[in-house]
Design a protein around this ligand. Sequence first.
Ligand code: UD1
Length: 427
Amino acid sequence: MDKIRLVGGTALRGEVPISGAKNAALALMPACLLTDAPLRLSNVPRLADTRTMTALLDHMGVQVGQEDASTLVLNAAGVKDTTAPYDLVRQMRASVLVLGPLVARYGQARVSLPGGCAIGARPVDLHLRALEAMGVEIELNEGYINARSAGRLRGARFAFPKVTVGGTENALMAAVLADGETVLENAAREPEIEDLGQCLKAMGAKIEGLGTGTLVIEGVERLHGAEHSVLPDRIETGTFAVAAAITRGRVTLTNTRADLIDSVIDHLRRAGVEVTVSDGALVVDATRNDLQGVDIQTEPFPGFPTDMQAQWMALMCTADGASLITESIFENRFMHVPELLRMGANINVHSASAIVRGVPKLLGAPVMATDLRASSSLVLAGLVAKGETTVRRIYHLDRGYERLEEKLLACGAHIERLAGTGAEAAE
Ligand code: UD1
């Protein structure tokens, strides 16, 4: 298995182009199932996860054309199979996003239950309850969700008892083809949902309230093809902003939007990082000030994103003073802590909170990635740690960051990917 080897200590300088958002692409790609006409998606990031979604759609009979490196043309006119098999769903939980579109369009779907993952139990009960409210009959057996609907789904009012990004996306994609009006209350407001909504509108859907907690959808009988460009990845943007900050460097992030990460920018500024925003670009400059500890609590958008918590913790390990990091979305998302401790960090976890006391130096060490964002926090720590850090199990990184080493290398980082040997295959 491949590893990443880093030698820390270089202040990053340069420019990083931000890719399309993984989480938006993973919701937009299944939207192709809602129509017989082609859906052309540009700015799709080339990641293990988007390849898994391609494999899943291909398995169902969707024609997937690759127009150029980041443009896909998806045509679901010939869908033959409405099953999402365990082998693909277990590789990527977001596979469950085919459920809403499949049952809305074909009146049936059989989707493997995703199961738990490294960061917690992560049930899909709310996805199912929202679909049931629209008249879908759901049965669980042999590890699969069997969903059926006799005719068109029925518009319904559903209030999510808890904010869920995937649940909102599945319900939204189902509601666009339902008979009548659907109102989704306490819907997630993440920008990726707005992006999905914009694409669905381009396909002929009638949706109001995008970007708010209440979505009102007037179902239509059919949707048509469309073209849509995936919005920039706010978590990649935030990760590279932290890379600049943790190395006390100065990096310009291009092809992105500051309004997607207002809360991260706000916390960076409070920590002493200078962030300048101009059209489509962000300049992150940590060359002038000492950095101070700043507390965060993860929250649904527009709060501080849980997908930036691990990276923020790495940064706080290098700041002056202490910071309190509270994880309120996932119950088991401090897997990076033991690894950061191996690099000389001073962190104490008390249930959902961690107290991080800045240390004068992190020290390079061999560490192991456990999930996607935990992996990026270890790379960030390695960028500033004294000596050599090797990060194992980087297949997690490949799920969510496009050309990570290349982009860091271009800013002066000492980073390389080491191809794994067969002996490590059992990792
Ligand atoms: C999405 C993102 C992920 C991000 C997360 C929270 C994608 C592909 N992934 O994941 O990167 O970390 O949002 O911003 O977009 N829950 C339930 N029942 C459900 C659904 C969720 O209890 O039916 C709980 C989850 O266990 C979790 C919380 O709700 O505690 C939020 O999860 P959710 O927003 O659904 O996350 P995902 O859509 O899986």
